[in-house]
Design a protein. Structure first.
Lengths: 417, 416
């Protein structure tokens, strides 16, 4: 028995293994491995046996590896039906499929699954250790059955292993109903940087993208979607249900949302706008009026304006109350009663000043702003010339209408290449 | 009226895309050589093959486009996911071998077409190889696609050459719709020529390339009609070009009893005194264009397809370190293909024949895998094949298999 344990048990070597009862009579062969969902998520629920009476599930603790490499049913081992419970099947759902490596932040294809026997209350139980995506798994798959297990294992070991620990594996399930039953929520994926999620989405097929986008929290989905390349953004938006799409668009930066909706066919963007919250909808609709290549078309309407008579403490309060994406804010804007732009205060200066200091004392004597109708090339030139991080946009009467941020400029400069 | 006509032309051009490009790359130097030989040796007697081949080509290519649109996955991805690693590895190895053979053919075509203009292959081939490599690594897909689409237009050169050669239109048209007399079948050479023409027109790499391009283009199921039109137009255009090549060679070389052609450029040389300098120029230019076009597409698509199937990192947007296997495979295919052509006295014709034989082994395998995939409800939903489609595709698979077996048996007999 020790001998049998020395060879790394993998899904490939396990499949097809005969299972006998205590008398050595063949009961069936291993067809698949079922992984539990819900409370026991990630644990192996049992081995799926192909028997004469159909597929049956046997918990790994009910089996004992024999020296010959076969498996033997222990006394009183339970043989369960597969019905009524939802499992992730390693061979069906994982082998040869694409999964997300949450740690390595990319999409990979599974070659094999490494397993491990371990002691649990005097019985041997089986667990999933890692997913093999490199040459070692591939060699094992290709040579399985052609060589004896020992020889195969020693050959496979000569190849470098590329493994993903089981806890970093994120399974993609396209069928929405099954996804709910399996309780796949992509929690770890959601913690990645939106740009990394966007890269992963770009690597997947449309149905898989949709599956992930609809599972993710709307806010996370929106941030990720903003980072996806425009062409793909468009096709993803078109395939989503308008209600779901509206939920995501609401969470997007209004300027990004407007850019995206402007790309969609009118009927589609109307349908999405219809489903949106009136307030967010108004913001986006205002932006939609502008030409896409103008300053107004590139700006966001999420910025922090304060009265020109305000103090640093007032500004900090305004920042706390700001409900947009706070990391994008680099400066705050001083406006008069008619919302005419009066001055700009960089955040750094705010941090260094006392709470009672009046903001107009901190503001630059001169500030750079541009007209709503300015062409995006002009905007880029201003950013370059004055080393700006953000550029306020004003209408004909000098009223502040929005802000172009440096990342918007980088985005359209790269687009135009 | 004029405006409506303009809109129609624009709509038509907007549709052109992956299907049209794929079908045109298919008329590569190996194809041109085969069609030229067919016309030079048998005159108009092979023209009847064009219509059935076109139908089979459309059916098979349409299946790929449909699978690409519905599943959003490449053919190698699907084979991997549904048939496992072993089948994938076998298909990929065969594909690399076959495509390497084709790449050599492309470089040989480029070399011989430029030799017509007195440019030594030792200069032209390395330049073409470097250009091809850079085109993919430095350009982006959108631009590359536009270049290819423009290049497709140059195939019209062959149609013009066909007209310039003053063929007997009546005989040619009749031969297109009428089966030849039964006596020709007794000629083993004729049978082999039929097989070569089929083999060169329906090549396995096309299925992989087309499906990946459709996926990359992001066509959605509701816009599928446009993609289908693209495939149909492309296949017909390709075979019209093939028809004109056969006719041009029949009207000149065959009429004057000059049947033996060893290289694709031979046809151009032989045509010069018979059909005038323009036909020569068009043939030579068409050949160079075809070679360059195919040499740009094949190595890249092979690298993509193999990496996708094996689950290795791929893409020209990745850096060399991130996707080493992809870049090595791509580079070796180009450098290797170019190097082989530069070996003095390399038996190119023999090599071309042997790579065609592998083509014949791989094609039925690919068609059968495709048929198994496309008829799966869980993958394709309501877009599975209709009964008629299945019938035509199965017949194609069976006919191609039988023909390649006959062909290979013939080859072995010929060698021994």
């Amino acid at each position: 028995m020790r001998e049998a344990l020395k060879i790394t048990p993998t899904l490939t070597t396990m499949l097809g293994t005969p299972v006998t009862d205590m008398e050595g009579k063949l009961c069936g062969r291993v067809k698949d491995l079922a992984v539990a969902t819900g409370a026991d998520a990630g644990k192996i629920a049992g081995l799926v046996l192909k028997t004469r009476k159909g597929s049956k599930l046997v918990p790994a603790t009910g089996l004992r590896p024999t020296p010959s490499g076969a498996l033997e049913l222990r006394d009183g081992a339970e043989i369960l039906s597969l019905k009524g419970q939802e499992y992730i099947f390693l061979r069906e759902d994982l082998l040869d499929r694409q999964i997300i490596d949450v740690h390595g932040r990319k999409v990979v294809r599974v070659n094999d699954v490494d397993l491990q026997w371990f002691e649990q209350g005097g019985l041997e139980d089986l667990r999933v250790r890692e997913v093999e995506v490199g040459m070692r798994g591939a060699v094992r798959r290709l040579l399985q059955g052609a060589l004896p297990a020992g020889a195969l294992d020693s050959i496979a070991r000569r190849f470098p292993a590329r493994v993903i620990p089981w806890e970093f594996v994120d399974v993609i399930e396209v069928d929405p109903a099954r996804r709910v039953r399996l309780n796949i929520e992509h929690e770890r994926l959601a913690q990645l940087h939106p740009s990394d999620i966007a890269d992963i989405l770009e690597d997947l097929a449309p149905a898989e993208r949709e599956a992930i986008l609809t599972t993710l929290d709307e806010e996370v989905a929106a941030e990720a979607l903003e980072e996806v390349e425009p062409k793909l953004q468009k096709s993803m938006m078109e395939s989503l249900d308008s209600e779901v799409a509206a939920g995501i668009v609401e969470e997007m930066d209004p300027s990004a949302a407007a850019d995206l909706l402007a790309e969609l066919p009118e009927s589609r963007s109307e349908a999405i706008l219809e489903e949106m919250d009136p307030e967010e909808r108004q913001e986006v609709e205002d932006l939609l009026v502008f030409r896409e290549d103008s300053a107004a078309g590139r700006m966001t309407t999420e910025y922090v304006p304060v009265a020109k008579t305000a103090t640093v403490a007032d500004a900090i309060r305004a920042l706390r109350e700001f409900d947009g994406d706070i990391e994008t804010i680099t400066e705050i804007y001083l406006v008069d009663e008619a919302r005419v732009l009066q001055g700009v205060v960089p955040l750094a200066r705010l941090v260094l000043a006392d709470a009672e200091t009046r903001l107009d004392a901190l503001a630059d004597a001169r500030f750079i702003a541009c007209a709503a109708s300015a062409h995006e090339q002009q905007v880029a030139e201003l950013f370059d010339r004055y080393n700006l991080r953000a550029l306020p946009v004003v209408d004909e009467s000098g009223k502040l209408v929005g802000v172009v941020e440096a990342d918007h400029v980088i985005a359209f400069l790269r687009e135009g290449r | 009226m004029l405006k409506r006509w303009k809109i129609r032309v624009l709509l038509f051009l907007a549709v052109l895309g992956p299907g049209f490009i794929t079908a045109n790359v298919d008329n590569d130097p190996n194809g041109i050589l085969t069609y030229s030989q067919a016309g030079a040796q048998y005159g108009y007697e092979l023209l009847w093959t064009i219509i059935p081949i076109t139908i089979a080509l459309i059916v098979i290519q349409e299946m790929c486009a449909r699978m690409g649109v519905v599943t959003g996955k490449g053919l190698s991805d699907l084979i991997r996911e549904e048939f496992g690693l072993r089948v994938t590895v076998v298909v990929m190895i065969l594909l690399v071998l076959v495509n390497f053979g084709n790449v050599i053919g492309e470089f040989a075509g480029a070399a011989s077409s430029l030799e017509l203009f007195h440019l030594s292959k030792y200069i032209s081939v390395p330049i073409v190889a470097v250009l091809v490599w850079l085109l993919a690594v430095r350009g982006d897909y959108k631009k590359v696609e536009k270049i290819f689409l423009t290049a497709s237009v140059f195939y019209i050169a062959y149609i013009i050459a066909g007209v310039l050669s003053e063929p007997s239109w009546h005989t040619a048209l009749v031969a297109t719709v009428k089966l030849p007399p039964r006596s020709v079948w007794k000629d083993g050479g004729y049978l082999f020529m039929v097989i070569s023409v089929i083999g060169t027109t329906i090549a396995p790499w096309m299925q992989f390339y087309l499906q990946s391009s459709v996926v990359e283009k992001g066509v959605r199921a509701k816009d599928y009609a446009a993609s289908r039109l693209d495939v149909i137009v492309g296949s017909i255009f390709t075979d019209v070009v093939a028809w004109f090549i056969i006719v041009a060679c029949a009207a000149t070389l065959w009429v004057h009893g000059m049947g033996s052609i060893q290289e694709a450029s031979d046809a151009a040389v032989a045509m010069k005194p018979l059909a005038g300098p323009y036909a020569f120029l068009l043939f030579a230019f068409g050949l160079f264009n075809a070679s360059f076009f195919a040499a740009s597409v094949l190595p890249l698509s092979t690298a993509y397809v193999v990496c996708e199937g094996l689950g290795v990192e791929s893409g020209i947007d990745k850096r060399f370190k991130e996707a080493p296997f992809f870049y090595w495979l791509y580079t070796i295919l180009i450098a290797g293909g170019a190097a082989v052509v530069l070996i003095p006295r390399f038996p190119l014709v023999k090599w071309a024949i042997e790579s065609q034989a592998l083509n014949g082994v791989l094609l039925p395998l690919v068609i059968v895998l495709m048929l198994l995939l496309i008829n799966r409800k869980d993958l394709m939903g309501k877009h599975t094949n209709s009964r008629w489609f299945n019938a035509i595709a199965w017949v194609t698979a069976v006919v191609v298999s039988i023909l390649s077996v006959i062909w290979m048996v013939g080859q072995f007999r010929g060698h021994s």
